[in-house]
Design a binder for this molecule. Structure first.
Ligand SMILES: N[C@@H](CCC(=O)N[C@@H](CS)C(=O)NCC(=O)O)C(=O)O
Length: 240
């Protein structure tokens, strides 16, 4: 058995890993782990990732969790083109800087916005206090401004003139609030032009394929009682 990637494309870090692997022609077996069915809690999956989260990687006897570690492992093992994760010390440090910031920066804001604006009210039928949603969306706005001012500036891509794994991570993060109907790019021409460059670099077909499931999430049938029970811990996280 060669490389196996355990993914659910509803998940942002999974989409980043999926796009990276596909775009670079890395051969892998897709092992779908359906989060909404609670498949990440099975004993079999815990053998691959004891943290019980996707994405996860298995390469023969070697297993790995955490999307950033997976992206870097793939870039090194398959010697992907230098621009994705440049050898140059300072260019690489810029990518590392974004990858370190995003967990508690953009990813956190975008995921929270998607849960509060779409998944909790539409899929789970629970009320999100309007003042909580307003504060989440204001925080998202601040985060996007930071992305533009601190990272993108007047460059073509987030860390310089070429696309890197940082751009893949960021665009997949931003598609979370987009899927929930947030107008992330509408009043942000700089970010919108960047989005178009990233989509063009990835390829429109691959970009759409990776985002098909999340863009349809708003049409999911309402969760049943068992599903609501399973998702309770996550709802608690996103309602605080
Ligand atoms: N820091 C991790 C985050 C992984 C993560 O939180 N994955 C989510 C999906 S986006 C998950 O599996 N959640 C299941 C759960 O927490 O029960 C990464 O970047 O890979």
């Amino acid at each position: 058995m060669g490389l196996e990637l355990y993914l659910d494309l509803l998940s942002q870090p999974c989409r980043a890993v999926y796009i990276f692997a596909k775009k670079n022609g890395i051969p892998f077996e897709l092992r779908t782990v359906e989060l909404l069915k609670g498949e990440h809690h099975t004993a079999a999956f815990a053998q691959v990732n004891p943290l019980k989260k996707v994405p996860a990687l298995k390469d023969e006897d070697f297993t790995l969790a955490e999307s950033v570690a997976i992206l870097l492992y793939l870039s090194r093992k398959y010697k992907t083109p230098d621009h994705w994760y440049p050898e140059d010390l300072q260019a690489r440090a810029r990518v590392d800087e974004y990858l370190a910031w995003q967990h508690t920066g953009l990813r956190s804001c975008c995921t929270r916005a998607m849960w509060q604006k779409m998944l909790i009210p539409v899929f789970l039928g629970e009320t999100v206090p309007p003042e909580m949603l307003a504060s989440t969306l204001a925080e998202l706005d601040r985060c996007l401004q930071l992305l533009e001012d601190k990272f993108l500036k007047d460059q073509a891509f987030l860390t310089g003139p070429h696309i890197t794994v940082a751009d893949l991570v960021a665009i997949t993060e931003m598609m979370h609030p987009v899927s929930a109907g947030c107008q992330v790019f509408k009043s942000r021409p700089k970010l919108d032009a960047w989005r178009q460059r990233v989509e063009a670099a990835v390829g429109e077909d691959l970009f759409q394929e990776a985002h098909e499931a999340i863009m349809k999430a708003k049409d999911l049938p309402p969760a049943d009682t068992a599903m609501k029970e399973k998702l309770k811990p996550l709802v608690q996280v996103f309602l605080h």
